[in-house]
Design a protein around this ligand. Structure first.
Ligand SMILES: Nc1ncnc2c1ncn2[C@@H]1O[C@H](COP(=O)(O)OP(=O)(O)OP(=O)(O)O)[C@@H](O)[C@H]1O
Ligand SMILES: [Mg+2]
Length: 578
C-alpha cells in the first residue's frame, strides 16, 4: 500500500532502434491466429471471428499527430530518454503508423476477442451478430511486446483505429477521454494501486469525430448534444491485457463445443496468461491442474487487494464487468471511472453503472468477475474431480478473503493496523461503523477527512475542513459536532503508537491529492485549444499524491468540491466514456 518510487533503469534507450532490439512477441508467436484473418493486418471491417486468440491488425494512424504528453516517471522506469517522446520515429509509431518501424519490430499489430458478462450474466446482445463472435478490442491495437530490464511489457494503442471487433464504430478515442485515462493511470500508480501504465499521448491536429456530450452546465443525466472532438491515441502498457472476459470467451466456446480446437484454445490462453502474469508464483514444472489452482489462489489475492486499494483511495471503476477485469489483477479501462469527493457508499460516476458497480459495492462486483474466472477454468479440470473441489473451495473463500483485505485496509486508514486481539478488532469495527454513519450524515469529503485525521488532531476543528455543510444531514450541526468529538476521543483511545508515528503511517495510506473530475475538466478543455500546461501541472501534482507539496498546490488542489459543480453533466456524472 505504500507509494512505489519509480526505479531508474540501468541503460538508456534513446532511439526506436534501441527499443526494437528488445522486441519479443510472445502472444503472436505462441497463441493461435484467426485463420480467416488477412495476414497483412488490413482487417478493419466488423466481422465474426470464430477461432484463434488474436487477429493481426494494422493500426490506423491519426492524421497530423501532435505531442501532448508522456509519462516521465514511466519513461524513466523503462530507461527511455525523455527526448524520445518527441522524436519523429517514436511519434510516428505511437500515433499509429507502424509501417516504418525498424526490425525486428513488426509492421502488423493485433487485437483480441473477449466475452462480456455483467454481474455474472453472460451477454451476447452487445455483439452485432448476436453470437459473441464480434466482441473484443474494437479500438485497442497492440503494437509491441518487449522485454525491458527483465520485465515483459505489451504496448497497446487505445484509439488505434478499427479492428474486426469495432461493431461498426470508428475505432477512435477522443482527446478528452484520452487525457482522463492518461492522467488517471499514472496517478493510480503513484497511489500504489496496481494499474496499466500510460506511455504517451498524441492528438491529431486535423482529424475529428463526433461524440455525444453535455452542453455547458447541463444537469441532464445523459448527454444533450453532439460535439466534434479531436481524435487521440494514448499508449497503455501492461505485462498483458488478458481480461476475465477473454478466458470466458474460450470457455463458452468449449462448453458449447463450438469447434474442435475450443478446449485446446482455452488451455493455451490460460497457460499463456500464467507465463505473462504469474511466472514468479507458478512453477513451470507443475502439472496443468496444479498450475490452475495456484493461479486461482493468486488471482483471488490480487483481485481482493486491488479492490480494497480502490476503496482506500476513493476510486470507483464504474463498470467492473468481466471485460474490464484484467486477470493480472490490475486496474484496466479508465472510462466511466471517478474519484469520490463527498463520501457516499453508492457513489457511481457512470450513469449506466447503477448500484451494482458503485463505490462500496466493488467487492461484490469483483466477486462476480472471480466467479466467472473460476467457471472459465472448470472445463480444463473436468477429469480431475479433486482439483475441481479445490477450485470450489478457493471460489467460495472469496468473500472471506475480501473481508479480510477490507479490514486490513480500514485499519491502515485509521492508523490501527497494530490492533491484533479479537476485542480490539471488534472495537475497531464498531468505530468504523459509527464513522460510516457520521461521514454520510455530515457529509464529508472522503479524501480530506482521512488526510486531516492523519494529523491526529486534538479536537474536531481540522476535521471540519472536510465537512460539506448543510447538504444532507437531518441532525443539527451542534449534535453532529458532539458526536464527532465523541468519535474522535474513542478513536484516540485505540491508538497504540505515538501521535507522530501514527500520523506518519496514516499519511502513507491516506493521499492528500486525488484526481477529482473537476480538476480534469479544465485540463482537457484547455488542451482542446492547444494549451497543455494544465495537463503537465496535474501530472506533477498527481504523481506525488502523498506529499504535502507547496502552499499554492494545496490552495488549488486540496479543496472541497465547489457547490456549483454538483449534479453537472461531465463534472459529477458521465454517460459516455469514449
Ligand atoms: N469508438 C469505438 N470504436 C470501436 N470500438 C469501440 C469504440 N468505443 C468502444 N469500443 C469497444 O467497445 C467495447 C466496450 O467499450 P468500453 O467503453 O469498455 O471501451 P474501451 O474504453 O475502449 O475499453 P478498454 O479500455 O476496456 O479497452 C470495447 O471492447 C471497446 O473496444
Ligand atoms: Mg472496456
Amino acid at each position: 500500500m505504500t507509494n512505489r518510487l519509480p526505479q531508474k533503469a540501468s541503460s538508456t534507450i534513446s532511439m526506436l532502434q534501441d527499443l526494437a532490439k528488445l522486441a519479443n512477441y510472445s502472444l503472436m508467436d505462441t497463441l493461435n491466429c484467426d485463420p480467416d484473418a488477412t495476414k497483412n493486418g488490413d482487417d478493419h471491417a466488423p466481422r465474426q471471428v470464430f477461432t484463434g486468440h488474436y487477429v493481426p491488425v494494422k493500426p490506423t494512424p491519426i492524421i497530423d499527430p501532435e505531442y501532448v504528453a508522456h509519462s516521465k516517471n514511466f519513461f524513466s522506469e523503462l530507461g527511455f530518454a525523455d527526448s524520445m517522446a518527441e522524436s519523429s520515429d517514436f511519434v510516428r509509431m505511437f500515433s499509429g503508423d507502424i509501417s516504418q518501424v525498424p526490425e525486428p519490430m513488426r509492421k502488423v499489430g493485433w487485437a483480441t476477442g473477449y466475452a462480456l458478462s455483467i454481474y455474472g450474466t453472460e451477454y451476447i446482445q452487445q455483439c452485432p451478430f448476436q453470437t459473441g463472435n464480434g466482441y473484443g478490442d474494437g479500438r485497442a491495437v497492440s503494437v509491441l511486446e518487449a522485454v525491458i530490464n527483465g520485465r515483459r511489457w505489451e504496448m497497446q494503442l487505445k484509439g488505434g483505429g478499427r479492428a474486426p471487433y469495432c461493431r461498426g464504430a470508428d475505432g477512435r478515442a477522443v482527446l478528452r477521454s484520452s487525457i482522463r485515462e492518461f492522467l488517471a493511470q499514472e496517478h493510480m500508480h503513484a497511489l500504489g494501486v496496481p494499474t496499466s501504465r500510460c506511455l504517451s499521448l498524441y492528438v491529431s491536429k486535423t482529424e475529428k469525430v463526433k461524440r455525444p456530450w453535455y452542453s455547458e452546465g447541463s444537469r441532464s443525466e445523459n448527454p444533450d448534444m453532439l460535439v466534434s472532438e479531436a481524435v487521440a491515441i494514448s499508449t497503455r502498457v501492461a505485462p498483458s491485457f488478458i481480461r476475465v472476459g477473454q478466458l470466458e470467451l474460450f470457455a463458452r466456446r468449449t462448453r458449447k463445443n463450438e469447434h474442435p480446437k475450443a478446449l485446446e484454445e482455452l488451455e493455451k490462453i490460460v497457460l499463456h496468461l500464467i507465463d505473462r502474469e504469474y511466472a514468479n508464483v507458478v512453477n513451470k514444472q507443475f502439472t496443468t491442474p496444479d498450475k490452475l489452482i495456484l493461479l486461482a489462489r493468486e488471482f483471488r489475492s490480487r483481485l481482493t487487494s486491488l479492490v480494497a486499494n480502490w476503496i482506500r483511495v476513493g476510486f470507483c471503476q464504474g463498470n467492473f464487468n468481466s471485460d474490464n477485469c484484467a486477470v493480472g489483477g490490475f486496474t484496466l479501462d479508465y472510462g466511466p471511472f471517478g474519484f469520490c469527493d463527498v463520501f457516499n457508499p453508492h457513489y457511481q460516476p457512470w450513469t449506466g453503472g447503477g448500484y451494482h458497480f458503485s463505490f462500496m459495492n466493488q467487492p461484490s462486483a469483483a466477486q462476480s468477475n472471480f466467479d466467472m474466472f473460476c467457471s472459465s477454468l472448470r472445463p480444463l479440470l473436468a477429469s480431475h474431480q479433486d482439483y475441481l473441489l479445490k477450485l470450489d473451495e478457493i471460489q467460495s473463500g472469496f468473500s472471506k478473503v475480501m473481508e479480510a483485505q477490507m479490514e486490513k485496509m480500514w485499519a491502515a486508514k485509521l492508523g490501527l493496523s497494530s490492533l491484533k486481539t479479537a476485542s480490539h478488532k471488534a472495537l475497531c469495527s464498531a468505530l468504523l461503523s459509527e464513522l460510516g454513519t457520521l461521514m454520510m450524515q455530515t457529509p464529508v469529503d472522503y479524501t480530506i477527512f482521512f488526510r486531516e485525521l492523519s494529523s491526529v488532531p486534538n479536537d474536531i476543528g481540522p476535521l471540519k475542513k472536510s465537512f460539506y455543510n448543510g447538504a444532507a444531514h437531518d441532525t443539527t450541526p451542534k449534535e453532529i459536532d458532539k458526536r464527532w468529538a465523541a468519535w474522535l476521543a474513542k478513536w484516540k483511545t485505540l491508538l497504540s503508537s505515538s501521535s507522530e508515528e501514527t500520523s506518519r503511517q496514516m499519511k502513507r495510506v491516506n493521499p492528500k491529492y486525488i484526481l477529482r473530475e473537476w480538476f480534469v475538466v479544465p485540463a482537457y478543455q484547455q488542451a482542446a485549444v492547444g494549451n497543455y500546461s494544465l495537463i503537465r501541472e496535474l501530472q506533477d501534482v498527481m504523481t506525488q499524491p502523498y506529499e504535502e507539496q507547496s502552499k499554492d498546490v494545496e490552495d488549488k488542489y486540496y479543496r472541497l468540491k465547489p457547490p456549483e459543480f454538483f449534479e453537472v453533466g461531465g463534472l459529477s456524472h458521465l454517460s459516455c466514456s469514449s
